[in-house]
Design a protein around this ligand. Structure first.
Ligand code: GLU
Length: 385
C-alpha cells in the first residue's frame, strides 16, 4: 500500500446475518466520516467463517445500504481498485502475510490437537481460570517442525504475542492500553483449512485496501492491541481507530437479533422511511453538537463531529419511530420532487387496495392526491395511514 492522504474507511460485516440497526449505525458513521472529508466508504465482506454463512446475506446487506441512501463507493458489486472485496477471494494475501510472519519468527506452526486444547480448557475451568492456549508449540525445535510438516500432520499458524502492550490513542476512547499477552494465549491466525481468522484477515485487508481510519463497534476495542502488534510485526503502519459505543435498547438491554424487528428489511416493509432510520439511530447516540429530530442525510454529513462521540452506550428508543417518521414524511411532502414520488407510490397503493372499486378516477390524479398529502402532513406517520 502506498498510503495516500485520502480518507478511506470500511464497513466490514460478516454475511452471517442480515443488516440490523447496529450494523446500519456502524455503516452510517463510517459514511458520514468519509463524506465529510471527501473520502471513500468500502464494503468488505468478512466471510471467512464458512460454517455460519447465510446464503443471500451479502447481497441483502448491500441492498439495504443502498436503500438507506448510504451506498459504498467500492464493493464487489460496484468494483474499485482495491478488490476483491470478499475475504474468501483474498486467501493468497493472507497466506503471504502468514508466511512472512513465520519467516521473521513472529508466528509459528502449532500442531496441538483439538483434544489437547479441549483438555487445557477443561483444566482451566476446573481451577477457576479463564481458558487460554499455553503457547506450547512456540518452543518446538526446527527439526521437529520440519518432521511434522513432512508427515502432513494438521496444523495451524499462531501469532507470537509480545508481552508489554504499547498504548494507542483511540479517537473516541482516548489513550488505551490492553496487555493482551497477559490474558490470552497466542492467537491462531491461519486455520488448518488455510483460511485466516478474523484478526489476520482484517489487518491484511486494512493494509492492502489503504484504510486510513477504522470506525467499528467498541466490542473490538480489546482486539486492537492484537491488531497493532500484527501491523508492527508486518512492518506496516496502522490506520487510526475510533471505537463506537454500543447501541442498546432504551432500557439498557442488548439489541437482540432474535427480536427480528431490528432488521432493516423489516422497517422497510413497515413503511419506515430510510431517512427516519438514519435520524433515529444517530439521535440515539452522540457525535453531534445538538440533538434535534428531522435531520436528513446531507444535514447529518454537515453536522457530524467525531470528537463529540462519547463513550456512553447509545440508547435506542423505538417507541419514537412514528414521531420521527411523521417529521420526515412531512419534509418529503414539502419537497416538490419528493411529493411527486409520494403521489406515484400512493396511487399504486390505492390501485392495489381498491382497484376496480374506485368509481371516480379523478382521486388518482396528482393534484388531488398531493392536496390530500398537504392537508394531512404533520398528522400522518406513514403512507399506509
Ligand atoms: N466482521 C467484523 C464484524 O462483523 C468486523 C469488525 C471490524 O470492523 O473490524 O463485526
Amino acid at each position: 500500500c502506498t498510503r495516500q492522504p485520502e480518507v478511506r474507511v470500511r464497513f466490514a460485516p460478516s454475511p452471517t446475518g442480515f443488516l440490523h440497526l447496529g450494523g446500519l449505525r456502524t455503516a452510517l458513521y463510517n459514511y458520514l466520516f468519509a463524506k465529510q472529508r471527501g473520502g471513500a466508504l468500502i464494503l468488505r465482506l468478512e466471510d471467512t467463517d464458512r460454517v455460519r454463512l447465510i446464503p443471500g446475506a451479502a447481497d441483502a446487506i448491500e441492498d439495504m445500504l443502498e436503500w438507506a441512501g448510504i451506498p459504498p463507493d467500492e464493493s464487489s458489486r460496484r468494483g474499485g481498485h482495491y478488490g476483491p472485496y470478499v475475504q474468501s477471494e483474498r486467501l493468497q494475501l493472507y497466506s503471504q502475510a502468514a508466511s512472512s510472519l513465520l519467516h521473521t519468527g513472529h508466528a509459528y506452526y502449532c500442531f496441538c490437537t483439538n483434544q489437547r486444547l479441549e483438555l487445557l480448557k477443561r483444566e482451566a475451568q476446573r481451577s477457576g481460570h479463564v481458558p487460554r492456549y499455553d503457547n506450547r508449540c512456540r518452543h518446538l525445535q526446527p527439526e521437529r517442525i520440519q518432521e511434522k510438516l513432512a508427515l502432513g500432520i494438521p496444523h495451524v499458524v499462531r501469532f507470537r504475542l509480545d508481552a508489554g502492550a504499547e498504548p494507542f490513542q483511540d479517537l473516541v476512547f482516548g489513550w488505551t492500553r490492553h496487555e493482551v499477552a497477559a490474558v490470552e494465549g497466542d492467537p491462531v491466525i491461519l486455520k488448518a483449512d488455510g483460511f485466516p481468522t478474523y484478526h489476520l484477515a482484517s489487518v491484511v485487508d486494512d493494509h492492502h485496501m489503504c484504510i486510513s481510519h477504522v470506525l467499528r463497534g467498541s466490542e473490538w476495542l480489546i482486539s486492537t492491541a492484537k491488531h497493532l502488534q500484527l501491523f508492527a510485526a508486518l512492518r506496516w503502519s496502522p490506520p487510526a481507530y475510533a471505537h463506537l459505543p454500543l447501541l442498546l435498547n432504551r432500557d439498557g438491554s442488548k439489541l437482540s437479533k432474535r427480536q427480528g424487528d431490528i432488521f432493516i428489511q423489516h422497517f422497510r416493509e413497515q413503511g419506515v422511511l430510510p431517512e427516519t432510520l438514519l435520524d433515529l439511530v444517530t439521535h440515539a447516540g452522540s457525535g453531534f453538537n445538538n440533538n434535534r429530530i428531522g435531520r436528513r442525510l446531507d444535514e447529518l454529513i454537515q453536522e457530524f463531529n467525531i470528537s463529540k462521540i462519547t463513550t456512553h452506550s447509545a440508547l435506542l428508543d423505538l417507541d419514537k419511530l412514528d414521531e420521527f417518521n411523521r417529521v420526515h414524511l412531512q419534509r418529503r411532502i414539502e419537497d416538490q420532487q419528493m411529493c411527486v414520488e409520494l403521489w406515484e407510490e400512493l396511487r399504486q397503493r390505492l390501485l392495489q387496495t381498491h382497484g376496480s372499486d374506485i368509481s371516480d378516477r379523478a382521486v388518482l390524479e396528482p393534484h388531488y392526491i398531493q392536496r390530500v398529502l398537504q392537508l394531512r402532513k404533520g398528522h400522518i406517520c406513514s403512507l399506509r395511514e
